[in-house]
Design a protein around this ligand. Structure first.
Ligand code: ZN
Length: 81
């Protein structure tokens, strides 16, 4: 397979024609994830894309999983289970 890169000026030109619909959702998600605490010990967490199911239908952002930096408990930050 041969891959050709697009000229940078063409990429910038295309970006100006379309509204970025992901950045607002991404920023909102990042703000939410900064405040997620571990469900078991209430410590800080780190979030990453869920490697088991990275995407779901009808969602523009990838699925996230949070992991506690103290006890390593992993959980869905959008549930309380
Ligand atoms: Zn924990």
């Amino acid at each position: 397979m041969i891959l050709k890169t697009m000229p940078q000026s063409e990429i910038f030109s295309m970006r100006q024609k379309y509204k970025d619909t992901l950045i607002d959702a991404h920023n909102k998600q990042q703000e939410f994830l900064k405040n997620v605490k571990c469900l078991k010990c209430n410590s800080e967490t780190q979030s990453r894309v869920n490697p088991v199911m990275p995407f779901s239908k009808n969602k523009v952002l990838p699925n996230i999983i949070s992991k506690c930096v103290e006890c390593a408990f992993e959980f869905d930050p959008y549930t309380d289970k």
